[in-house]
Design a protein around this ligand. Structure first.
Ligand SMILES: Nc1ncnc2c1ncn2[C@@H]1O[C@H](COP(=O)(O)OP(=O)(O)OP(=O)(O)O)[C@@H](O)[C@H]1O
Ligand SMILES: [Mg+2]
Length: 400
């Protein structure tokens, strides 16, 4: 959650666009909820026998004009909302990616030697995309779905309380199914992401080291390793899709029972003269709106969960502190090139309690050739890496 909040720092430059995008989406929802009311009036024109033919024609003309203007406004708003929200979403992805990359440039060799390049690349290419999903889709859709859910509930109860209560009977079952589905699917999709990141890591390692694989004829071995990773991803994806495939049809089926019950019970109410036919049609139209928000909210919780997980992965990189830091009061060197290099009592270890260099002292003078000779793994490359300060010695000093 802590990490998740930090996404909002990235919304700041786009907040006006974002607010307008959401505002337009709310107006669009209002329009969608208004249209069945026009249709209801349209039907009641024919079922109520109080209107003369001329009156009906005038009212219908008015309705056509209203509907036409409403649909024009709707089309314009739809275009604007999509454009605004996506500009915000992709803008955030772009800014986040740049910030991440800039920070990566400050991190020291140790950071990279401890991590697979492919996984870092995955963060920069795939993980940051959650910014678009969250801000262009998840947040606006959550607001819209909540409005539809509560708006339609009120409308259904206003049309006919008895019928509304009867129709909403399957609601607890649907809510239970959606919560279970969200939990399962979240776990499954997280696994899919991890597997994809593993594939990206193995690919990066192998593509960069292809000449090594080929010269040691390790193709068959690497083929096997890649196959294992690739198939793990396939299995994870299938689990995730199957979760959806199992729950979604059940949820839809239970929702359909609501509609069937409305037709049965509502039909009876009409026969008994307790409900107008126009109201029953409006009720059915609104019922069509009713279940979608619940199903969407289930999907959205999953998106937020992914957002939480990704935020942690991304902001942990941004928070990583460079290993190599200047001491307070360090002065900038004025020399363009070092005259001599001296190592004094240098100790160094890559991992705790596994010393590689122990009390090393030597001086490499300008104009002379200094040779480092030793067995493989003796520490020659390590010494060379200490000179440009890829690493700091554990103790002792490297002087120039
Ligand atoms: N990034 C690293 N993380 C952990 N241990 C490392 C790392 N790089 C080297 N080592 C270890 O440090 C020791 C010294 O390695 P180094 O590469 O400096 O030897 P070298 O003298 O250059 O060997 P070679 O002649 O094979 O190039 C070895 O035991 C090696 O396993
Ligand atoms: Mg070496």
């Amino acid at each position: 959650m802590e990490y998740f909040k930090r996404y909002f720092e990235f919304v700041k430059p786009y907040r006006l666009l974002w607010i307008f995008g959401i505002l337009f989406a709310i107006i669009l929802t209002g329009i969608d909820l208004y249209i069945p009311l026009i249709l209801k009036r349209f039907i009641s024109l024919f079922t109520e026998s109080t209107h003369s033919k001329n009156e009906v024609v005038i009212v219908i003309r008015g309705m056509v004009i209203t509907l036409l203007s409403v649909y024009v406004v709707r089309a314009i708003l739809r275009g604007l909302t999509a454009s605004f929200n996506h500009k915000v979403g992709y803008g955030i992805v772009c800014d986040l990616r740049e910030k991440l990359y800039n920070h990566l440039q400050t991190l020291s060799t140790k950071y990279y030697s401890e991590r697979q390049t492919g996984k870092i690349m995955y963060k920069l290419t795939s993980d940051v995309h959650i910014g678009e999903e969250l801000f262009a889709h998840a947040f606006p859709e959550t607001i819209i779905n909540l409005i539809i859910f509560f708006g339609v509930s009120v409308i259904l109860f206003k049309i006919n309380t008895e019928l509304a209560m009867f129709t909403l009977l399957p609601m607890p079952i649907i809510a239970y199914l959606i919560i279970r589905f969200s939990l399962k699917s979240r776990k499954a999709w997280r696994k899919v992401q991890e597997e994809l990141s593993d594939i990206s890591a193995i690919l990066q390692d192998n593509i960069v080291g292809m000449n090594v694989i080929q010269s040691f004829t390790q193709e068959k071995y690497e083929e096997g390793r890649f196959k294992t990773e690739s198939e793990s991803h396939f299995k994870a994806a299938m689990t995730a899709v199957n979760t959806w495939g199992t729950y979604y049809p059940i949820i839809e089926f239970v929702a359909a029972i609501g509609t069937i019950m409305t037709i049965w019970f509502g039909g009876n109410l009409v026969l008994q003269g307790k409900l107008e036919i126009a109201n029953l049609v409006a009720f059915l139209l609104y019922l069509g709106f009713f279940y979608n928000p619940i199903i969407s909210l289930g999907r959205l919780t999953e998106l937020y969960q992914r957002g939480f997980a990704n935020a942690e992965r991304i902001f942990k990189v941004i928070d990583a502190v460079p290993e190599i830091k200047d001491k307070p009061g360090a002065i900038e060197t004025k020399k363009s090139a070092a005259k001599e290099i001296e190592l004094v009592n240098v100790c160094f270890e890559y991992m705790k309690n596994k010393p590689v260099l122990h009390n090393l002292n030597f001086k490499a003078e300008s104009g002379k050739i200094t040779a480092l000779v030793g067995p493989s793994g003796g520490g020659k490359t390590t010494i060379i890496h200490l000179i440009p300060r890829f690493y700091d010695p554990t103790s002792g000093s490297v002087k120039m």
